[in-house]
Design a binder for this molecule. Structure first.
Ligand SMILES: Nc1ncnc2c1ncn2[C@@H]1O[C@H](COP(=O)(O)OP(=O)(O)OP(=O)(O)O)[C@@H](O)[C@H]1O
Ligand SMILES: [Mg+2]
Length: 391
């Protein structure tokens, strides 16, 4: 048996976090917000939603939640769902839109069944499960099952949040389903559909009848510096051990560190939390009692590198080729036709590659009219060369 007195007093990471940072865990993670007290209210948007559900308005409108990556779309719908639950409403969450209408309606039935089973005995629950797993079934048949289930759920409206729709083929599969069947239920349902601004624009241009059914457009805009600071403070506060005797609301970050962090974040809470979380992890490993500006710079470099490495891993061969070619061509002001020529492909072939690179945040699109569209690489060219093996 070990005599505990012989064991040297090695401070574990958790002890160190508690003793020096006044934190019970590292709360700075990029996970979507789920708790109202950690949420920096996007006041107007939330107020509108709360007013609608509170007044029990008879005719409900559905919402399109639009925002660039990491600005807080999922967090926004999570908080709306929490508020709706506080009014006794039932919420259904679909994490992403698959590339098939049949799969989508089956996912919708599965998510609805999951919610229904949380608060009632669902008669014929097994039959629903069969429809969820059938290999080949007409979407209309699954839709009828879904309607049957929705009709049993009280009170109305039921909230259905559909997240992660930055996948246009997916949307073009589900739009007809909505137009032909699902919108029939809209008087009893508030839909939320989250999407990137670029995808929204394309949806609006090509599927106007569909987007028109979401009259409330919620723009999730970049945070101001004050909002970012409040976000950081709230996350840290959720893990504080001693809330009374705090050195600073942002401890262990010093003010120079915070200022640099805000610059890097550029309005995007996800960037801020990734960098700040990484800085805490690193300083914990090194047993540093404060986090300064230099440590934020180092953390930002690490985050940038690992984000790029992860994005690169998920690209197909042709997507990588396209990105490398764009860098060879100078990285900016690139026209579609010029890129297609350089890659020896048609314009139609390379558009999906460009869409994927855009959705991953590696390139961006400029220009208003389709004929004027130009592309620019925003990923670090040197890092891409490193990843592509210096071709
Ligand atoms: N209003 C807010 N208050 C507090 N934290 C927030 C808020 N909005 C976003 N965040 C935080 O920012 C990060 C990114 O948020 P979220 O995942 O909701 O973004 P998103 O727009 O859904 O991103 P993606 O496009 O990648 O799905 C999360 O860590 C989340 O906790
Ligand atoms: Mg999201």
């Amino acid at each position: 048996m070990t005599n505990t007195q012989d064991v040297p007093n090695i401070q574990t990471g958790k002890d160190f976090l508690g003793e020096h940072y006044n934190l019970s865990f590292n709360p700075l993670t990029p996970d979507p917000c789920t708790k109202i007290k950690e949420y920096v209210e996007r006041t107007d948007e939330l107020k509108r939603f709360e007013r609608d559900i509170n007044l029990g308005t008879k005719k409900f409108c559905s919402y399109l939640v639009i925002g660039e990556k990491g600005l807080g779309k999922t967090s926004f719908v999570n908080i709306c769902m929490k508020k709706a639950q506080n009014y006794g409403l039932k919420t259904i969450y679909i994490p992403n839109v698959p590339n098939s209408g049949q799969k989508f309606i089956q996912d919708l039935l599965a998510a609805t069944l999951k919610t229904a089973e949380e608060f009632m005995d669902v008669p014929g629950g097994k039959t629903y499960s069969e429809y969820i797993h059938k290999k080949s079934v007409h979407p209309k048949t699954v839709f009828e099952k879904w309607t049957e289930l929705i009709d049993q759920m009280q009170p109305k409206p039921v909230i259905v949040a559909i997240d992660e729709t930055d996948n246009l083929p997916g949307i073009s599969q589900i739009a007809p389903l909505f137009n032909n069947y699902i919108f029939d239920q809209a008087k009893n349902i508030i839909f939320f559909l989250c999407t990137l601004p670029g995808t929204y624009k394309e949806m609006h241009e090509n599927m106007g009848a569909f987007t028109d059914r979401f009259p409330l457009v919620m723009d999730i805009t970049p945070f101001s510096k004050e909002e970012l600071m409040l976000c950081l403070e709230k996350k840290l506060s959720s893990a504080r051990i001693d809330k009374k005797n705090m050195k600073s609301l942002y401890h262990p970050f010093d003010m120079d560190a915070i200022n640099v962090l805000l610059e890097y974040a550029n309005g995007v809470p996800r960037y801020m939390l990734e960098i700040a979380g990484e800085a805490i992890q690193e300083s914990l490993n090194n047993k540093d009692v404060m986090i300064n500006k230099g440590m934020i710079v180092a953390a930002a470099n690490n985050v940038q590198r690992s984000t790029l490495d992860k994005a690169w891993l998920h690209l197909t061969y042709m997507e990588k080729e396209t990105l490398v070619k764009m860098i060879e061509l100078g990285g900016e002001g690139l026209k579609l036709v010029e890129l297609a020529d350089a890659l020896n492909k048609t314009k139609g072939t390379i558009v999906p590659y460009l869409n994927k690179l855009d959705a991953c945040g590696l390139i961006e699109r400029g220009g208003k009219k389709p004929a004027d569209i130009i592309y620019k690489v925003i990923a670090d060219a040197e890092s891409i060369k490193r990843l592509s093996g210096g071709r």
